[in-house]
Design a protein around this ligand. Structure first.
Ligand SMILES: CCCCCCCCCC(=O)SCCNC(=O)CCNC(=O)[C@H](O)C(C)(C)COP(=O)(O)OP(=O)(O)OC[C@H]1O[C@@H](n2cnc3c(N)ncnc32)[C@H](O)[C@@H]1OP(=O)(O)O
Length: 224
């Protein structure tokens, strides 16, 4: 395989492309705490057996909370800038459905440099990610892999979009259990970045994914 994709020396700053960027350290601790509480709320609502009176009271409380938050908003497309201990700077969308730190619907998944190369992350998906009884929905298994594979390309200096994603479901992926997600770049060809990754539970592979990421066209790279 030709290895001629050009990693960018420095990831492009989304501000240069007109995006708003929020450095992660500027997200208020109170918002992080609120997001955690809402995750817990979504799970509680999904599984409750409460009666009509409790449900009505809860709905009113949630509606009141929602009203309190209807002020100024971050626009769609707002990016988050995350800095890693190894000095790597990463950009993602603030409300990314898999990894967005302010998205209560995200597990969330965070990927860090793995000692063996590539990236590694952990996530626990609760019962609101259920497909078959007790198991993570296959679409969410694919979403975890897509995010991890995209992050691996980005961390290698080649941020891009998924052109193709293949998932093999080897074993059931359990809910409410620690999952390990690993991903790495396996090859490059022009702007094509080939990535592979796995989800494991208790050391056993539950799903494997491979993807083709097409590196974004950057100013000055001639589109190669
Ligand atoms: C820190 C940040 C972490 C971010 C993680 C994010 C993870 C989430 C990732 C996603 O979910 S991305 C969202 C889902 N993907 C999309 O919405 C992409 C939709 N598709 C597109 O926008 C375009 O088709 C795409 C950008 C993928 C490619 O368009 P381009 O015009 O830039 O590329 P072009 O068509 O010139 O193709 C470049 C090369 O890729 C090849 N290619 C493109 N699409 C392909 C495909 N589908 N299958 C196979 N090969 C493909 C194409 O043949 C060519 O190969 P060669 O170099 O050999 O000529």
């Amino acid at each position: 395989m030709t290895v001629d994709a050009k990693p960018v020396a420095e990831l492009p700053d989304p501000r240069d492309f007109g995006f708003s960027v929020v450095p992660e350290e500027e997200i208020p601790a109170e918002l992080v705490s609120l997001v955690e509480e809402v995750r817990s709320l979504v799970d509680a609502v999904a599984h409750t057996k409460a009666g009509a009176e409790e449900l009505t009271a809860a709905r009113e409380a949630v509606a009141a909370a929602s009203d309190r938050l209807k002020g100024e908003r971050h626009g769609v497309g707002t990016m988050i800038q995350q800095s890693w201990p190894d000095g790597r700077v990463e950009y993602g969308t603030l409300t990314n459905i898999v990894a967005g730190p302010t998205n209560a619907a995200a597990p969330p998944l965070r990927m860090e440099a793995a000692p063996e190369g590539g990236l590694r992350g952990e996530a626990v998906l609760n019962g609101t990610y259920q497909g078959p009884p007790g198991l993570v929905h296959g679409g969410w298994v694919a979403a975890l892999l897509d995010q991890a594979l995209g992050s691996a390309a980005s961390a290698a200096g080649m941020p891009g979009l998924t052109a193709n994603l293949d998932v093999n479901y080897r074993n059931p992926t359990p809910l409410d259990a620690p999952l390990e997600i690993t991903a790495r770049v396996s090859g490059t060809e022009r702007r094509k970045v080939f990535v592979s990754g796995e989800i494991r539970h208790d050391g056993q592979v539950t799903a494997e994914g491979t993807a083709l990421m097409v590196r974004m066209n950057l100013p000055g790279d001639g589109g190669a």
